[in-house]
Design a protein around this ligand. Structure first.
Ligand code: ZN
Length: 471
């Protein structure tokens, strides 16, 4: 970094707004996948959009690349600094600015943790429905820039569907304010979509107006077992038809994954015995305390009679609801426990899920010898998480495992990233989910909006088609 740039940034941000030397602790180069080997030369901590704008204008003039950081909970190594970058942290832009209960909107700064937004909505008897395991640290800005999904997408959609407006700062410091919170606003290009899901490569999100919903009055959860994938598929259609929009989660755990959740996650008790092929968490959130539970029970009874489920337990208390969700959320822990292993977050049609375990295990074992595969996820969204590993005393052949899994995902027309993004981790595989024309258009946008390549460079797409990692 040029020495006079540091001085200029200090002039903009003051002592509190810039960290250097020993003050740049490991937290600024550690993400959910571990600690990076590049410590950023400085961490900038702007406290307002105005400061963010001035910072970017200065970095743009100096050709200085930056990496934007929210809660550093991302799973695709997008926020960890690379050589030559300085970090911009959103940690001082963490306020809920306003709530409008008539319109059902909340306006927040990008560094606000997801859980703070959820609690602010709750205090007004509303709900901000995005929910994921890292809620305590994940920032709204990070959720937006990765278009985060989570457990209730089936009912409320992805982050994109929950965003009515946002404010972003472009590479040269220009502030683009599209914060108006209208549901209907057909006035030309929907510019906010350029910033949602583009992982900070086209502009840095500073504030957002998000959608709130009335708080559901009832919540019932069933934990079920099924003996075939056909039964699971039939059950999903049955519950969708029976509960309509009140169906708020349909999560499926493959049997080998259920076994390791029970054996590896502390404090977990099996809601239903092992020995079945699939385990399903079904949740209903409704608005009628008198009839909702009966409706849910009736649906479940029909599923039992129709042979869709082999076993089921229904929640009788909030503690049981939490306990059932702990089993589902224990999947992340149990899969993490398989390390060293290779993790995946894929989208595919429900029809293709039927064969996924057999198909992938056959290919892995043919290429790598004895292998293990753990599968589970948001079946109703067409999104599964998996972890694959070769049984070996040597290093994990993770490149070969990725080639096998992504190769198959590409063959069936699936997506190599359903809800985690691309970052640097999956960039080389982007071509397995996106066409050359699509990637070329992404690059056209990147070159137009960030001509000096200073915003999160190298994330999502390579700058040049000559990059061996991506053509
Ligand atoms: Zn997920």
């Amino acid at each position: 970094m040029k020495p006079d740039l540091l001085q200029e940034l200090h002039g903009i941000l003051g002592d509190k707004g810039i960290l250097t030397g020993a003050d740049v602790h490991e937290g600024y180069y550690t993400d959910a996948r571990g600690t990076g080997d590049v410590k950023p030369q400085a961490v900038l901590r702007p406290a307002s959009t105005e400061e963010m704008s001035q910072v970017l204008a200065a970095c743009h003039a100096a050709f200085q690349p930056v990496v934007l950081q929210g809660g550093l909970t991302g799973l695709v190594v997008g926020a960890r600094p690379q050589e030559g970058e300085i970090a911009i942290s959103l940690e001082r832009m963490n306020r809920v600015e306003s709530i409008d209960t008539d319109a059902g909107t909340i306006t927040v700064q990008a560094g606000t943790p997801l859980q703070v937004v959820q609690e602010a909505a709750d205090a007004h008897d509303m709900v901000y429905p995005l929910d994921l395991g890292a809620r305590g640290s994940a920032s709204i800005g990070g959720n937006l820039s990765t278009n985060a999904g989570g457990n209730r997408v089936i009912r409320y959609g992805m982050t994109r569907d929950l965003t009515l407006g946002l404010e972003a700062v472009l590479a040269d410091g220009t502030v683009v304010n599209s914060l108006n919170g209208y549901i209907k606003n057909n006035t030309g290009y929907d510019l906010k979509q350029l910033f949602i899901g583009s992982e900070g490569t086209l502009g840095l999100i500073t504030r957002a107006t998000l959608r709130l919903y009335p708080k559901p009055k009832t919540q019932v959860v069933a934990f079920c077992a099924a003996d075939s994938f056909d039964a699971v598929r039939e059950l999903m259609a049955h519950m969708r038809a029976g509960l309509g929009a009140d169906l708020s989660a349909f999560e499926v755990i493959w049997s080998k994954t259920y076994d390791v959740i029970l054996s590896d996650v502390p404090g977990i008790r099996a809601p239903v015995p092992t020995g079945h092929a699939f385990y399903i968490l079904i949740e209903m959130m409704g608005s009628d305390p008198i009839s909702d539970k009966g409706k849910f029970e009736a649906c479940l009874a029909q599923a039992l009679e129709g042979g869709m489920i082999a076993d089921a337990v229904l929640s009788r208390s909030n503690a049981e609801i939490d306990a059932f969700w702990d089993v589902r959320d224990g999947m992340a822990h149990a899969m993490g426990n398989q390390r060293p292993a290779t993790g995946f977050d894929i989208s595919l049609s429900v029809a293709d899920m039927e064969n996924i375990e057999e198909e992938l295990l056959t290919r892995l074992q043919a290429a790598l010898g004895p292998s293990r595969l753990f599968i589970g996820g948001h079946l109703a969204d067409g999104n599964l998480h998996l972890v694959a590993k070769a049984i070996t005393d040597g290093p994990q052949p993770s490149d070969a495992i990725q080639d096998i899994v992504y190769g198959w995902v590409g063959e069936v027309g699936g997506s190599i990233s359903a809800e985690h993004g691309i970052g640097t981790l999956k960039r080389a595989h982007l071509g397995q989910s996106r066409s050359p024309a699509e990637i070329a258009l992404m690059r056209t946008l990147k070159h137009a909006m960030d001509p000096r390549n200073i915003l999160n460079p190298g994330r999502v797409i390579a700058w040049s088609t000559n990059d061996p990692d991506q053509t």
